[in-house]
Design a protein around this ligand. Structure first.
Ligand SMILES: [Mg+2]
Length: 205
């Protein structure tokens, strides 16, 4: 890994973009139910919404991306794009790492929507990686919200901040509850990287 600059590995769905809010609106339409019947307190896969009876997660996700331009239309989470611009201005290299290509046969749609969305919100990045194995990409600190991704990163000795939402309540920190927390934690991680100090990731992971 390039050791001359600090690399921040950033997940998109549920971290930069309001994936759960956007999917809730689309799912209400798809299920033909009032949105108030769909809890915001979901786990990964939305089993609380009862989508399995209607074709399941993959089908809903495909509808969302190919028919409702999910990756182009979702809103960024509060302060996400502004803080990324700030971190970039501090000389931190933003490396976006997303597993969006898990959706087969519509890669052009997925990639086009993603790039247009990033540009339209002026989100800075030097690297855009469509990867399942996020640890293989290399970053000094990562942020992710999905428990399995966080677990795999940590199993590979990668430092990972948890971006809090209802899908990851049981997962060990460090944890950011919003993007102002992200800013503080990433700057601290950068400081520890440059000085060799430990603290944020106290068990050395
Ligand atoms: Mg995510």
């Amino acid at each position: 890994m390039d050791e001359t600059e600090f690399i921040f590995g950033v997940d998109l769905d549920g971290v930069v973009g309001d994936f759960y809010g956007a999917m809730r609106e689309i799912a209400a339409e798809w299920l033909d139910k009032p949105i108030s019947q769909l809890t915001e307190n979901v786990s990964f896969g939305f089993e609380e919404w009862g989508i399995d009876d209607f074709g399941g997660y993959d089908r809903l996700h495909r509808f969302a991306v190919t028919q409702r331009a999910l990756f182009r239309n979702m809103k960024p989470l509060k302060n996400a794009s502004a803080v990324l611009r700030k971190l970039s201005a501090y000389g931190i290299r933003i490396r976006i790492i997303t597993h969006r290509l898990f959706l087969k046969y519509s890669h052009k749609t997925t990639i086009t929507q993603t790039v247009e969305w990033l540009d339209s919100y002026d989100i800075p990045y030097w690297d855009l990686c469509f990867m399942k194995d996020k640890g293989a990409v290399g970053a000094h600190v990562y942020i992710d919200d999905t428990p399995i991704n966080i677990e795999l990163l940590r199993a590979n000795r990668c430092k990972c901040i948890v971006f809090s939402n209802s899908t990851n309540q049981g997962v060990k920190g460090p944890r950011a509850n919003n993007w102002l927390d992200v800013e503080n934690l990433v700057l601290r991680a950068k400081e520890e990287w440059s000085t060799g100090a430990r603290g944020l990731f106290e068990d050395g992971v």
